[in-house]
Design a protein around this ligand. Structure first.
Ligand code: CA
Ligand code: CA
Length: 180
C-alpha cells in the first residue's frame, strides 16, 4: 500500500470504507468458490478430474528429455496417483494409439525404490505388467507398454535412454478441492 492509497482510505467516509471492504471481501469469496476445479486446460490438453494431460505424439524422447519437454510446457511427466487416473490415461493412450510412453517415475537413485519424478514421493499405486519390473539396474525408468497382445498399457520398467512419447500432466486443482 503506498502513501496515496493510505491517504485515500482516510479521506473516505465510513460508508465508503464499508462498501469498499465489502467489495474486496466478496471478490475473495467469489474467487475461492470458483477455485473448485474450474481452471481451464491449455489448448490441446485433455482434462480428467484435477489435472490436464498432454501426450507428445510428435515427440520421441528419452526419459530425461521427456521430463524436460513437460517442464518446458509448465507441467511434469505424469504422476499417477490412483487407479482412476491410471484407467483414464491408459484408455486415452489406447484410443489415440499412442504407443509406448513415459511415466514420470524412476528407481535411478536406489534400485528397487520407485519414486515420482515431480515430487520425489515413493510410488504407492502401481500397475506393472506381470513379471515387471524385471531388469534391475538396466531399466530404471517406467513406461506404459504399448497395446499389443495383452499389454494394454500396463507398466514396464525400461531403459531410460530409449525414445518414447512423453505424457505430461498439469495439476490444476488441489486434491481437497476435488473431494469437496
Ligand atoms: Ca496425477
Ligand atoms: Ca522391464
Amino acid at each position: 500500500m503506498n502513501i496515496l492509497s493510505i491517504r485515500l482510505w482516510f479521506n473516505m467516509d465510513v460508508k465508503m470504507r464499508c462498501s469498499l471492504l465489502f467489495t474486496v471481501f466478496s471478490l475473495v469469496l467469489f474467487q475461492k468458490g470458483n477455485s473448485e476445479c474450474n481452471n481451464i486446460c491449455p489448448v490441446g490438453w485433455t482434462r480428467f478430474q484435477g489435472s490436464c494431460y498432454f501426450v507428445g505424439f510428435q515427440q520421441l524422447l528419452s526419459f530425461v528429455e521427456s521430463a524436460h519437454f513437460c517442464k518446458q510446457h509448465n507441467s511434469h511427466l505424469i504422476h499417477v496417483d490412483n487407479a482412476l487416473e491410471n484407467t483414464f490415461i491408459k484408455d486415452y493412450l489406447h484410443k489415440t494409439n499412442a504407443g509406448r510412453s513415459w511415466l514420470g517415475m524412476s528407481d535411478m537413485d536406489i534400485e528397487g525404490i520407485w519414486r515420482w519424478y515431480d515430487n520425489n514421493e515413493i510410488v504407492s499405486f502401481t500397475d506393472w505388467y506381470p513379471g515387471q519390473p524385471d531388469k534391475g539396474d538396466n531399466e530404471d525408468c517406467a513406461t506404459f507398454a504399448e497395446y499389443h497382445s495383452d499389454h494394454a498399457y500396463l507398466w514396464e520398467d525400461y531403459p531410460c535412454d530409449r525414445k518414447h512419447h512423453p505424457v505430461c500432466e498439469i495439476n490444476v486443482c488441489t486434491e481437497t478441492e476435488i473431494i469437496g
